[in-house]
Design a binder for this molecule. Structure first.
Ligand SMILES: Cc1cc2nc3c(=O)[nH]c(=O)nc-3n(C[C@H](O)[C@H](O)[C@H](O)COP(=O)(O)OP(=O)(O)OC[C@H]3O[C@@H](n4cnc5c(N)ncnc54)[C@H](O)[C@@H]3O)c2cc1C
Length: 471
């Protein structure tokens, strides 16, 4: 008899796992995936670009539809919510178009993703306040924006709460939609995944775009009219009128079902797995037949050795693939992360990998940093754009610990070079020596990443300041 696999959540992690398992396991596996929404394998990452008008949606954002998955042997049930897990009975409870039901499994894959943070701010449930997580959210905000007015000219006022990567992407999208945009964040600079000096360049770019940046400020309440529609956001006593509010305050692992079934979670609220994507208990022992991947899990940070929660599509897809191979009888491992991420705000590209200065300080490491300014091409070559690179290394050993890039077109993908160096625990000096490609249309003779690596390697060799040595 075929082994019964139940997958909860049919997006990046769940469907990578399901399709890979089916490909590897064939008829030996009977794979059913439950998805509470109407979509499968959709690109949430594309939603801000859909709203901005850069890409079509929602169909264009679907990599594989339920029908396409079914044609490959995975039984996808959309519009069906898993409401409970019974690990001893090896069953899930589901509610779908045909009512409530139970479904047995031998293996369970939890791929429930993450849920946007919705702090208990008065007025947060008003009409016109949107989280951006699903294609339904994208469609809902577009319908709301369309109802506000025409495509050209001023179309109303938007407040974006939270200046992380989704917040800044949405701010740009709304600005390009013709809205007057205010971004509020309690931090001193947008993109707290960067150090302050690099994040400040993002603030400058957003202000140049026309966004009003209200930083180091806490939202007190959202004001609402008699019909329940949002009218504004009160921040530190000041009212910012708003016809639409977007929440970009971050996400938390969606683990409620697993926790209710008795599965432990880690320090950051995600399911803990081993490198084969088997869910483990507090002692690190696999819980038989329970697997997890994607935003609902914590990941192993290769630099610090810690478990962290970093919800990224790259991890969800890789973890799902590894899970599916193992479930299908093969052997694969998820080797961890070095926290590499990239985003674009207007023509400003932003990327980071590894640790920030504040992480390094928190770990008690003695580190140095260097920031260099260069260009994306040879300085004399048409189209050369400015870019800044910050590199962080351990004093003494010279081990590279982190790199951040902020610059114009052609800057940010250079982060991948640094990510490879971090992955392989290279020193900054090693990275400076790497045989990187050069021709004037692509790079200065010394690539900006190599220059930053050389500078920080020199700093790492230098003696600590007297005050540092005395600490
Ligand atoms: C606006 C936006 C932009 C992004 N941009 C980027 C980017 O540029 N780069 C990047 O790497 N990442 C990006 N991400 C993150 C990326 O989209 C996620 O990391 C990825 O989607 C995680 O995949 P997942 O399968 O773990 O979770 P999800 O995509 O959240 O899928 C989980 C699925 O489980 C379903 N589900 C949950 N509970 C149940 C239940 N009880 N029953 C049935 N179904 C259930 C949900 O409906 C959902 O479809 C972005 C995310 C957003 C929202």
């Amino acid at each position: 008899m075929a082994r019964r696999v139940v997958v909860i959540g049919a997006d990046a992690a769940g469907m990578s796992a399901a399709s890979q398992a089916k490909r590897a396991g064939g008829d030996a596996l009977d794979v059913v995936a439950f998805e509470r929404q109407g979509w499968t394998s959709y690109a949430a990452c594309g939603i801000p670009y859909w709203i901005a008008g850069d890409v079509a949606g929602p169909d264009a954002l679907i990599a594989r539809s339920p029908e396409q998955h079914r044609a490959r042997g995975v039984d996808v049930r959309i519009g069906t919510t898993v409401t409970g897990i019974d690990l001893s009975a090896r069953e899930v409870a589901v509610e779908g178009p045909t009512g409530a039901d139970r479904h047995g499994f031998d293996d369970l894959v939890v791929a429930t993703g993450a849920r946007p943070v919705r702090p208990p701010i008065p007025g947060i449930d008003a009409q016109g306040v949107f989280g951006i997580q699903t294609l339904d959210d994208g469609a809902a905000i577009l319908a709301w924006l369309d109802a506000l007015g025409g495509v050209d000219g001023s179309r109303g006022r938007a407040v974006v709460i939270g200046a992380g990567y989704i917040g800044v992407e949405m701010a740009e999208a709304l600005q390009r939609h013709g809205l007057d945009v205010t971004v509020v964040d309690q931090a001193a600079h947008p993109m707290s995944t960067l150090d302050a000096d690099m994040g400040d360049q993002v603030r400058e770019a957003m202000e140049a775009l026309g966004c009003r940046m209200v930083l180091e400020a806490v939202v007190e309440r959202i004001t609402v009219d008699a019909d329940g529609r949002v009218t504004g956001v009160v921040v530190a006593g000041d009212l910012f009128p708003a016809d639409v509010v977007v929440l970009g305050i971050g996400v938390r692992p969606e683990t409620g079902l697993a926790v209710a079934a008795g599965v432990p979670i880690g320090e950051h609220g995600g399911l803990m797995t081993d490198d084969r994507m088997r869910v483990v208990d507090a002692d690190g022992a696999p819980i038989p037949g329970v697997w997890a991947a994607g935003d609902c899990t914590e990941v192993h940070d290769r630099i610090t050795g810690e478990r962290i929660h970093v919800p990224l599509g790259t991890y969800a897809n890789k973890q799902g693939r590894v899970l599916g191979i193992n479930l299908g009888g093969g052997s694969a491992r998820f080797a961890g992360v070095v926290r590499t991420a990239i985003v674009r705000v207007c023509d400003l590209e932003i990327a980071r990998t590894g640790l920030r200065e504040r992480d390094v300080a928190g770990l008690g490491l003695n580190a140095v940093s260097a920031v260099i300014r260069s260009t994306t091409r040879a300085g004399y070559f048409p189209g050369a754009e400015p870019m800044a690179v910050k590199a962080i290394a351990e004093r003494g050993s010279g081990r590279l610990l982190g790199v951040q890039i902020v610059g114009r077109a052609g800057s940010a993908k250079r982060i991948d070079t640094a990510a490879v160096a971090l992955w392989n625990r290279m020193t900054a000096a090693d990275l400076a020596d790497v045989d990187l490609a050069y021709a004037p249309p692509f790079s200065p003779v010394w690539d900006p990443v190599a220059i930053a690596a050389r500078k920080v390697a020199e700093a790492a060799r230098s003696m600590p300041a007297v005050s540092d040595r005395m600490r």
